[in-house]
Design a protein around this ligand. Structure first.
Ligand code: ATP
Ligand code: MG
Length: 461
């Protein structure tokens, strides 16, 4: 897919930047000094490779276990994908479909097209499912946008775009465009790319204000992280406005790892005659992600506990979630003073910085990513072995946010890998929140004593 590449000039929002200072004042710039030691790097690569070989075996075992969300009875061939797409799937190293891929693809590829609202656990391959559906439905001979996919964040839109590029690498006639902040298109023209992936604001602008896309010609509309896209506190407004522009017979595909009850009801109202794939509450948490909590009294104690954890176990890569940008900035500073290679990502950074930070983290140049909820959903970095909730996820009223909790811990344990999730508790209030989260998922979160190094070592085995 030659023209899929993001070109520099299309992405760079030069006009909006002012040197390295953003137009939003409280920008925290990520530390991106990195000295690479070739020998260390090669050793690490070796370790990474051997752990990948092990996890591949593990995935094969899980894919034959009927109780696993990775289980499948069919092969990709039996899902009747176009040969070019099968080639793409195998080039990505996939051997068998996961349960969601096996179940959702026949529904999405049926004629006439059917709508779908689908839930499947974090890291179980929802992206490939809807990407294959979009690539299958495109008619490359028609040079206009036919599939629209919307993601809640810039990072996720970029990541999903990369999956479309990779899956479609043997189907070069199909072109992709990114409707994300900073990607400038000349006024007055219509986009010719068949698939557009983007964030809600820019997608809406492209369809409505700027008219780069004729929404009436859209055949497939995908909402990834659909619950947050249609929740009143999420992106509801923009998503619904986009949806209203689409033709009545446009296929609607909604995917997420979580759908709160009220969101299910709303989803079923706005999507006509949907097929539904729904998890039971007890199926939502993954057994391959072990969950712990640590008792502390202050943010300094939480930091000390974090250092103890780092002293005791080998952490390939970690994501640490904070409630505010301020705490995230402080924590990143403290960690780098301790000698960690830390990256910081929060919502107010300009797009170039955000893209660079996440790319460096993906490449393993920084081993720790300190972030806010901007990275809670969808981000897929295989080497993340630990997720730390430095602050527990709460909504604006201070109540536990169960969905965000599940998405955050789901940044580890991708596609059957083992992961650790550690929650830092610093008050009675946060202990209450943790208890409510335990009750909600009916899953015990074990206590961990971070003063006891042996105990910490045990949890990593
Ligand atoms: N059939 C497959 N075989 C092997 N690996 C797969 C398969 N399908 C997906 N994967 C890999 O699994 C990982 C997780 O997939 P993906 O990001 O789509 O998960 P997700 O279900 O969207 O999770 P989340 O809810 O966190 O967004 C990716 O690295 C992807 O390449
Ligand atoms: Mg996803």
């Amino acid at each position: 897919m030659g023209s899929l590449r993001l070109t520099e000039n299309r992405l760079a929002p030069k006009a909006e930047t002012n040197g390295s200072v953003t137009h939003r004042a409280d920008d925290d710039k990520a530390a991106d000094e990195d000295k690479e030691d070739v020998a260390v790097q090669s050793l690490l690569n070796k370790l990474i490779r051997s752990s990948l070989v092990n996890t591949t075996n593990q995935v094969e075992v899980l894919q034959r276990d009927p109780s696993s969300p990775l289980y499948s009875v069919k092969s990709f061939e039996q899902l009747r994908l176009k040969p070019q797409l099968l080639q793409g799937v195998y080039a990505m190293g996939f051997n068998r479909p996961s349960r969601i891929q096996e179940n959702a693809l026949p529904m999405m590829l049926a004629e006439p097209p059917q709508n779908l609202i689908a839930q499947s656990q974090s890291g179980t391959g929802k992206t490939a499912a809807f990407v294959l559906a979009m690539l299958s439905h495109v008619d490359p001979a028609q040079t206009w946008t036919q599939c629209l996919c919307v993601s809640p964040t810039y990072e996720l839109a970029l990541q999903t775009g990369k999956v479309i590029e990779q899956m479609g690498q043997f189907y070069p006639e199909v072109k992709l465009s990114y409707a994300i902040r900073g990607n400038k298109v000349e006024r007055g023209q219509k986009i010719q790319e068949h698939i557009v992936i983007g964030t809600p604001g820019t997608v809406l602008d492209w369809c409505h204000k700027l008219k780069f896309i004729d929404p009436k010609k859209i055949k497939v509309f995908v909402l990834d992280e659909a619950d947050v896209m249609i929740a009143t506190q999420g992106h509801q407004d923009q998503s619904i406005r986009i949806q209203r522009l689409l033709p009545r017979d446009c296929q609607m595909l909604l995917f997420s790892a979580t759908f709160e009850d009220s969101v299910w009801r709303f989803a079923e109202r706005i999507v006509p005659d949907p097929n539904i794939i729904k998890l039971k509450r007890e199926e939502e948490t993954l057994d391959n992600i072990k969950q712990y909590y640590v008792l502390c009294n202050s943010k300094e104690e939480k930091f000390a506990a974090l250092c103890n954890i780092y002293g005791a176990i080998t952490i390939a890569q970690a994501m640490i979630f904070c409630h505010t940008r301020k705490t995230a900035g402080w924590l990143a500073g403290e960690l780098s003073r301790e000698g960690h290679q830390v990256a910081l990502l929060s919502g107010e950074m300009v797009v170039e910085q955000r893209a660079a930070v996440i790319e460096r983290f993906r490449e393993g140049k920084e081993k720790v990513l300190v972030t806010t909820n901007v990275c809670a959903r969808g981000i897929d970095v295989e080497q993340v072995s630990v997720v730390i909730n430095f602050d527990l996820p709460v909504d604006k009223d201070g109540n536990p946010n169960n969905e965000t909790y599940l998405h955050r811990i789901g940044r580890t344990g991708r596609f059957g890998k083992r992961g650790l999730a550690i929650n830092m508790i610093d008050s009675k209030h946060s202990m209450n929140i943790l208890n409510k989260i335990q009750e909600h998922f009916n899953k015990k979160i074990e206590k961990l004593n971070t003063d006891d190094l042996d105990e910490i070592e045990k949890i990593a085995n």
